[in-house]
Design a protein around this ligand. Structure first.
Ligand code: GCW
Length: 707
């Protein structure tokens, strides 16, 4: 059942009036057992009426292959079947019986070889899979076939997702392969157990206990990643402690990598560019110094000796106080290439971050990375990818896409998005980011004409690219529910799903997640989905609408538009909003600082022309008088006030809607989310009041509707 917005409102009203319908009434009568959120979207709840068909389709299971990954597949099905179907599924050993779920690769399964699916399998690559309802010896079976055991594991999780979301599984013909190669978690975890911009407890990695003691959470983490196709993780903060490369720490890292390996999760490390000095005792970390090159080569050899499938290095260089090649008078390309040469013999990659904003490059922070990196385009080794945040500043609630997407023509560019909600309410506000990331992925760069979307750039369809990928600065910590806020789990989930397939819609991802995390009940999941789909816009409305950005201070949480003092001008709020009695906004047009010119036509023209510029980016690109007329005919000041007021109201509606779901969701999770919604509603009102009061000093106009 699909609920329209009108039906949703009607449902809300029925709820408010104490009415409920059919199965909902029945569900209300028996309380759902409490859940703590630890199981994430892998709860394997009973799927409902479809269970009879499922029992027919899956009567036996056969996993060909003996690897640790194959054992994981078997145990995953075993626990899933017991939980969802209420019974264990017998193994089919020799013959393939009716209702067998056959899982394997042409390499390990004669039956799969005999199906002659070579063409289709040829198209799915190393990590893809086929799920097909087929006949073997005239018996109906279901086959999950792949070219590697990891592909089979991904196929299994897909199949289990169909069951968890109560989809038909008796006439399947699914062929999947990931759109992007690197689908990585980026943890900003420090070696002392804290997490930079982490809001869900301390780090998952128990460095004091490693390598000898392994927390069960390491495998649970890797399993959750694998279930959504994530194939690697950078385990430590980009503000990297050089000690991570010490022999002592590498043994700990290797132990973790061993746990992750059967789940297809590869280990990557953030490295400090000055490690040869700080750890190795060399006099310099100059990338052109032979001793430095040798040090990194030896370090790479040491790492690969311990972790043969190590993925590579992530580097934050010459940014926010971190050392880098420029410290030694060298370019980013020279720095990245030196590391790339050390990793190349082992097939490792360097992910070099474009999050640099050197004040000497340009007065506008938004312009700096593009200027520095496009100058170096073509100078990077083949195993270097430039890792670019979605927008040109820093994970703001809304930014236009970064012009380096499409702007780098000869260098692979991978995207960095952020699930931790650093600037989006952290783990206190309910904000689903699937919609934000889709807005980014669907943005048309026009790098090679219409249709050159960011998603296509990332997939190497615009400029050919031998490294493709998307990474997420990610949110799990030691909190029982992993992510602090139960709904923040959806951002981990959405990242994985979009990195696998950027063409999925935010709505379908929200729906899948709501079904698996909460319930398949039509009304309840539709309401949850609608809450999620509107939540990011709601957040933008009560914090930084109409292109405003960085209206915060040190903790990046609370409103601080008056923030004008910081070690750097571009860490203040006033640098960005520039409010005065004349107006507000940053003039990045051709009459201003010409930042628009970093975009391809017609995008630059559209952003430049105030009549065409989407109003959601208005004050990002334009400086406007307070009485500037919006498309609605309202003045900018009135529109600003109304948007903040609307945002605060929407937050209150979110809270009311959730209250209506009491009894439809287990009491514990319901209460935990409700507690956070209280904070969110109060914060939204605070944002509205403090921002409008502050800007009101400049606009000198009354708030519309206020007496
Ligand atoms: O968003 C900013 C954060 C810093 C972070 C930096 C970065 C890890 O406030 O905490 O440092 O970006 O992305 O490097």
């Amino acid at each position: 059942m699909r609920l329209s917005r009108r039906e949703f409102m009607a449902a809300g009203m029925a709820g408010a009036a104490g009415l409920c319908v059919g199965s909902q009434a029945a569900e209300l009568s028996r309380p759902l057992p409490d859940e703590d959120g630890y199981k994430l979207w892998l709860r394997y709840a009973r799927p409902g009426d479809v269970i009879q068909t499922y029992r027919k389709v899956v009567q036996h299971i056969r996993v060909d292959g003996v690897s640790a990954t194959c054992r994981i597949i078997l145990s995953e099905f075993d626990s899933a079947a017991k939980a969802m179907l209420g019974r264990a599924i017998p193994l089919s050993m020799n013959d393939v019986a009716e209702g067998t779920l056959l899982i394997g690769t042409p390499g390990n399964s004669a039956q799969i070889r005999e199906l002659h699916w070579a063409t289709d399998l040829g198209a799915v690559g190393d990590e893809g899979y086929i799920i097909r309802s087929a006949r073997i010896e005239n018996k109906p079976v279901t086959v999950i076939a792949a070219n590697s055991d990891i592909g089979s594991l991904y196929g299994c999780f897909h199949f289990l997702r169909l069951m968890q979301t109560a989809q038909p599984i008796d006439a399947l013909n699914i062929i999947e392969r990931p759109a992007l190669q690197l689908r990585l978690m980026n943890h900003w975890d420090n070696l002392n157990g804290t997490i930079e911009r982490g809001y869900a407890g301390r780090s998952l990695w128990q460095w004091n206990d490693l390598p000898d003691t392994l927390s069960p959470r390491y495998a649970d983490y890797a399993r959750a990643c694998a279930s959504i196709g994530i194939n690697g993780a950078v385990v430590n903060n980009v503000n990297a402690d050089p000690r991570v490369l010490s022999p002592e720490w590498l043994r700990k890292v290797a132990a973790l990598a061993d746990v992750w390996r059967p789940y297809g999760v590869h280990m990557y490390l953030s490295v400090n560019f000055a490690s040869p000095v700080r750890l190795g005792g060399l006099a310099t970390a100059d990338p052109l110094d032979q001793g430095v090159m040798d040090w990194w080569k030896a370090k790479a050899d040491e790492i690969y000796g311990l972790i043969p499938d190590f993925g590579g290095f992530l580097v934050k260089a010459n940014s926010e106080g971190q050392p880098g090649p420029k410290t030694y008078g060298r370019t980013h390309a020279e720095g990245a290439n030196m590391l790339a040469d050390a990793l190349a013999p082992h097939k490792g990659n360097v992910m070099w971050r474009a999050f640099v904003y050197d004040e000497d490059i340009d007065p506008d922070r938004a312009k700096r990375a593009y200027i520095e990196f496009t100058r170096l385009d073509g100078q990077f080794r083949p195993n270097v990818a430039i890792q670019v945040k979605n927008g040109p500043i820093d994970f703001q609630p809304r930014e236009p896409f970064h012009p380096l997407f499409g702007g780098m023509k000869h260098t692979p560019v991978i995207a960095e998005i952020q699930a931790t909600q650093e600037y989006l309410g952290q783990a206190k506000h309910l904000v689903y980011l699937g919609t934000m990331w889709k807005e980014f992925l669907d943005s048309d760069t026009h790098a090679k004409g219409a249709g050159s979307t960011v998603a296509h750039v990332l997939a190497g369809k615009v400029h050919p690219s031998h490294i493709t990928g998307m990474v997420s600065v990610t949110n799990p910590g030691l909190d029982t529910n992993w992510c602090g806020h139960h709904f923040s789990q959806s951002n981990w989930y959405a990242f994985g799903r979009l990195a696998w397939n950027p063409a999925l819609s935010a709505r379908e991802i929200a729906d899948e997640w709501a079904r698996m995390t909460f319930t398949n009940n039509d009304m309840t999941r539709a309401i949850i989905r609608i809450m999620m789909m509107d939540s990011r816009e709601t957040f933008v409305n009560y914090t930084m609408p109409l292109g405003l950005h960085h209206l915060i201070g040190g903790n990046h949480y609370a409103p601080m538009p008056w923030n004008s003092r910081a070690p750097r001008a571009d860490w203040t709020a006033t640098y960005y909003h520039q409010a005065s009695e004349d107006g507000i906004g940053f003039d990045r047009t051709r009459r201003g600082d010409r930042a628009v010119e970093q975009y391809f036509p017609p995008v630059c023209d559209r952003f430049d022309d105030i009549a065409q510029c989407p109003e959601v980016y208005l004050l990002w690109f334009h400086r406007c008088a307070w009485d500037y007329r919006m498309k609605s005919g309202k003045t900018l000041w009135d529109a600003l006030c109304e948007t903040y007021q609307q945002g605060a109201k929407q937050a209150a509606v979110l809270q009311k809607t959730w209250q209506f779901l009491a009894g439809q969701v287990d009491a514990r999770r319901h209460a935990e989310v409700a507690d956070r919604l209280v904070i969110q509603v109060a914060d939204a009102a605070k944002w509205r009041d403090q921002i409008l009061e502050y800007f009101g000093q400049f606009s000198k106009r009354p708030r519309p509707g206020a007496s």
